[in-house]
Design a protein around this ligand. Structure first.
Ligand code: FE2
Length: 351
């Protein structure tokens, strides 16, 4: 386990705890999905853990064909996976009770197809020490459920910040939560991502402006923002990206390079609840996919691009996730987050 203080046996223990949380039963089938040589130690740990629980385990290894999750070196477009066009492999996954995947299938048609067959799927790509530190808890699940309830009952979500953000989403799609584990047929989740709730605005129902402030985070770039970046949004589309700094220029160019009108759509909107996750983590650790940065308590996670994850029509491969600090967030005028602090008791850790 290079680069971590975790031995393979400790990691296997951790994976066993995870599979118990996912209610993997004796006799159920568990398939590990990987590509090339990538994350071989993850595969081994889960194979052993699944075997210990009495499941029928196997490993489906695809030829290496995507660098989508290799944030240091690779591209990070979403929705195009090494499974595309490989129906025999997809069929194996659809027949499984549970899949642990190390490719990052989110936003892909293949993920939707496998879920529809009733297979529960867990994505596991983050560094092992992050998996351990942000291991899901029942307590965080309860708080997440409180957030789901509030968001499900709301018709509008509005958020503001000191930099000038004031945007309103007319909620147009179902609410999703991420708990960091999967215990229901057809469920997808990503370990670790406890305490995230999200939905999407109606296709023409998002208006206002989002001014990403200094210290907010640009993903997948893995950068703290140096100078404010303004997204002007009309009827669910980004119509202008303002800002003098190089990062505004970078975002303008990055999106333009997709040569896709849907790249100017809006993706999920929601917030994080995990007080163990740290905003400052990126300052010293740029490994992995950045789930810690999406999950920290009180961040408003603003995102651009596809909305097919909630059943919407936008399938673009251009996706930015932008955790924002210090925001006020309201559901139907009711404050949920004030200056970056979650203010609803049911969503806050006890004490
Ligand atoms: Fe996202």
């Amino acid at each position: 386990m290079s680069g971590t203080s975790f031995s393979q046996s400790m990691f296997t223990e951790l994976c066993e705890r995870m599979l118990r949380l996912c209610k993997l039963q004796p006799g159920e089938s568990l398939v590990l999905l990987s590509q090339g040589q990538e994350r071989a130690e993850y595969v081994d740990a889960f194979l052993t853990a699944g075997q210990r629980l009495g499941a029928s385990v196997m490993h489906l290894r695809l030829p290496y064909s995507s660098s989508a999750t290799m944030g240091e070196v690779g591209v990070w477009t979403v929705g195009k996976t090494p499974l595309a066009g490989n129906q025999p492999a997809i069929d194996v996954l659809k027949r499984a009770d549970m899949v642990v995947e190390t490719l990052f299938l989110l936003f892909s048609d293949e993920l939707t197809e496998i879920q529809a067959a009733g297979t529960r799927i867990l994505t596991c790509i983050e560094p092992v020490d992050v998996l351990a530190r942000l291991f899901p808890t029942d307590e965080l699940r309860l708080r997440t459920d409180a957030a789901v309830e509030a968001l499900t009952a709301a018709r509008t979500l509005r958020f503001t910040n000191r930099a000038g953000t004031d945007v309103t989403y007319r909620i147009g799609y179902p609410v999703k939560a991420q708990y960091g584990y999967v215990d229901q047929p057809g469920q997808w989740d990503h370990w670790p991502s406890g305490g995230m709730v999200l939905t999407c605005g109606a296709d023409d129902g998002i208006d206002g402006r989002v001014v990403v402030d200094r210290g907010d985070i640009l993903l997948p770039f893995k950068q703290y923002v140096h100078d404010p970046i303004e997204f002007v949004i009309e009827s669910g589309r980004i119509v202008r990206i303002g800002g003098d700094g190089f990062q505004a220029e970078l975002i303008r160019q990055y999106i333009e390079d997709f040569d896709d009108p849907d790249a100017y759509g809006l993706s999920h909107i929601g917030w994080g609840l995990d007080e163990r996750a740290k905003w400052a983590a990126l300052a010293t650790d740029s490994r992995g996919h950045g789930m810690e940065l999406r999950a920290f308590s009180g961040n408003v996670l603003f995102s651009t691009g596809p909305n097919d994850l909630v059943g919407g029509p936008n399938h673009t491969g251009c996706h930015l996730d932008i955790p924002m600090r210090g925001c006020d967030l309201f559901l139907d005028e009711e404050p949920i987050i004030v200056e970056g602090e979650v203010v609803v008791d049911a969503m806050r850790p006890a004490g």
